[in-house]
Design a protein around this ligand. Structure first.
Ligand SMILES: NC(=O)c1ccc[n+]([C@@H]2O[C@H](COP(=O)([O-])OP(=O)(O)OC[C@H]3O[C@@H](n4cnc5c(N)ncnc54)[C@H](O)[C@@H]3O)[C@@H](O)[C@H]2O)c1
Length: 265
């Protein structure tokens, strides 16, 4: 059902790789709510091709950009400004990758070149994107920027490895940039801390199925799906949440606030 919450709004969505991706679901839901969208992903992900199906379905152009490369981000933001004929209203950062996790390197033996890559792709990229948006004055007043994060930023989750440090940095960037961009342009910046979700990135985490089942048992409302997440993020892009900024917002069925549940014991 559409409420036209994003009618007249225009946004940029990073990270739709395939139908399981959280960004894919957000893009579909935002389009249903009346938004005009530009999609972006890394050149290699764009070459894989699935994103073109989404692009056709929601009538959104795809502009490839490696989020670690400032020149790529500049080209992308220029492309959005040209496509929209001016500034835009929302941005989703739904990007994460750890070579240490991919190569199953234990946390006690991290490769630091890989860790730098983890931090660059998964956290610094958020600053790079915000810095380019700010320099080009690409966001309209009351625009909303959301990045996806996970509870391991604040609580130890064995198996999440150096992505925990990346998510802690990502959340900090949301606060630091939010303090400046809010005052200057009323731009709000938040992170959404999502339940374990079966996606390409999610499935790379060691013990993901057990983590997923455990969280589902502990959370009073059960795990939040990618579609639930899309619904929530649409509200954050809408004008109904204009005074929410610099927050880390848990979207996890209540998991983060539950010590234990009798059902899961
Ligand atoms: N799946 C989960 O359990 C879960 C839980 C909480 C938070 N998150 C976060 O949600 C976000 C989206 O992940 P997802 O679960 O939808 O998985 P996903 O694999 O579908 O999305 C990750 C995306 O990052 C993109 N990416 C990687 N390197 C890139 C680069 N250099 N430049 C541009 N894009 C690049 C990938 O192409 C992919 O589209 C991530 O930040 C992830 O950490 C996921």
């Amino acid at each position: 059902m559409s409420y036209n919450l994003l009618k007249g709004k225009r946004g940029l969505i990073f990270g739709a790789l395939n139908e399981q991706s959280i960004a894919w679901r957000v893009a579909e839901r935002a389009a249903e709510e009346g938004a005009e969208i530009v999609l972006s992903n890394s050149p290699v992900a764009v070459r894989m091709g699935a994103i073109n199906t989404l692009s056709e379905r929601i009538n959104a152009p795809v502009i490839a950009a490696d989020v670690t490369d400032v020149e790529d981000i500049e080209r992308l933001v220029d492309g959005c400004l040209e496509h929209f004929g001016g500034g835009f209203d929302f941005v989703l950062h739904s990007v994460g990758m750890s070579p240490n996790i991919r190569k199953q390197i234990p946390y006690t033996a991290l490769n630091y070149d890989y860790m730098s890559k983890t931090l660059d792709v998964s956290a610094l990229s958020f600053h790079k994107i915000l810095q380019v948006l700010h320099a080009k004055d690409a966001l309209r007043d009351w625009a909303s920027v959301v990045a996806l994060t996970y509870l391991a930023a604040e609580r130890a989750v064995v198996g999440y490895s150096d992505m925990a440090e990346a998510k802690a940095m990502l959340q900090s960037i949301a606060r630091s940039f939010g303090a400046i961009y809010g005052r200057e342009r009323h731009v709000r910046i938040n992170t959404v801390s999502q339940s374990p979700t079966m996606t390409t990135a999610g499935s790379g985490i060691e013990g993901m199925q057990r983590m997923y089942d455990y969280a589902d048992g502990v959370a009073p409302l059960g795990n939040a799906s990618a579609d639930d997440c899309a619904n929530y993020i649409v509200t954050l892009f809408s004008d109904l949440t204009r005074k929410v900024t610099m927050q880390n917002l848990y979207h996890d069925g209540g998991f983060a606030m539950t010590a234990f549940s009798l059902e899961s014991l």
